[in-house]
Design a protein around this ligand. Structure first.
Ligand SMILES: Nc1ncnc2c1ncn2[C@@H]1O[C@H](COP(=O)(O)OP(=O)(O)OP(=O)(O)O)[C@@H](O)[C@H]1O
Length: 277
């Protein structure tokens, strides 16, 4: 059941990095509530703090101000209920795909379950992403898209309450990317995970998200990045990319994000088009 209580709460968060040149405020005054089972995308130009915010929710960073809560508890560090998928899969090259997933399964379930059950969990996760056939292959023996799927399987196998994804499909070709987006839609419909995903891809954000959080970049006069706008995506699920291509709501959302990115909220990196329109 999806409850309306916020599952992740980000309250008045500032993030200041200490650098050799002094302090750098990357985020300021971030407030965001995420409901259980909600799919949220973070979008914005390079350097506007998307990864920083994701890493704060992951517990990999501590906020300089404010608080982050997951399921009413303060996020004090990384935890198995919040699994992270990075842009480059980060699989261990000397282990098979199955063993890579198993390693993650063990960290969560080894204390209370016997090995056959753990292996079954790892196999089920590989199946979920269509990679059961590669269970005994090592990462160098499979394609980039396949590695990324195994990375997602590894995260899902931990049965996390929250899936945190930092440009999970950023390094993939367009076709593989579209395929994995479709799979992710199905997987999330099954697992009902709460997802926070960083992306640069407008269509990906609209296709997958319940809400798109648009972040404004830091300003040249030293103002930190902040959340500028939150766009609801009121499209019914299941969603099908081909049908959506001409859907008025889809096109409206897509245009709203593109307008945001190009009108007034462009970062100092305008030469780097963040869009994959
Ligand atoms: N460890 C760090 N130390 C100092 N500054 C940092 C650190 N990590 C990030 N920053 C700075 O904080 C700002 C936000 O970085 P972040 O990686 O969160 O942005 P982003 O929106 O994810 O960018 P991109 O889309 O390019 O990945 C940037 O100006 C970056 O240079």
């Amino acid at each position: 059941m999806h409850s309306n209580n916020p599952f992740i709460q980000i309250q008045g968060v500032d993030m200041v990095y200490k650098t050799r040149q002094g302090s750098f405020k990357a985020l300021e005054g971030i407030d965001l509530d995420i409901r259980r089972g909600e799919f949220i995308s973070l979008i914005g130009h390079s350097g506007c703090g998307k990864s920083t915010l994701l890493n704060l929710v992951a517990g990999l960073l501590k906020p300089s101000q404010g608080a982050l809560l997951c399921d009413q508890r303060e996020i004090a560090g990384p935890g198995p209920e919040r699994a992270v998928v990075f842009q480059n899969h980060s699989l261990l090259p000397w282990l098979s795909c199955l063993d890579n997933v198993l390693l993650a399964v063990e960290t969560v379930f080894a204390a209370k379950e016997a090995r056959p059950r753990l292996v079954a969990r790892a196999q089920a996760a590989l199946e979920l992403v269509g990679m059961a056939h590669a269970a005994y292959k090592r990462p160098h023996e499979i394609s980039g898209g396949m590695k990324q799927r195994v990375g997602i399987a590894r995260a899902l196998a931990m049965e996390p309450k929250v899936l945190l994804m930092d440009e999970p499909f950023g390094a993939l070709d367009a076709l593989t990317r579209a395929h994995l987006q479709d799979e992710l839609l199905k997987i999330v419909a099954t697992t009902r995970s709460t997802v926070l995903m960083v992306t640069h891809d407008v269509d990906e954000a609209v296709l997958l998200s319940d809400r798109i959080v648009m972040m404004s970049p830091p300003t040249p006069d030293g103002r930190a990045a902040t959340l500028a706008q939150v766009l609801p995506v009121p499209l019914l699920r299941p969603r099908h990319r081909v049908q959506l291509a001409e859907d008025a709501v889809y096109l409206h959302c897509r245009k709203a994000v593109i307008d945001f990115l190009y009108a007034g909220h462009a970062g100092q990196d305008q030469a780097e088009p963040a869009l994959q329109a």
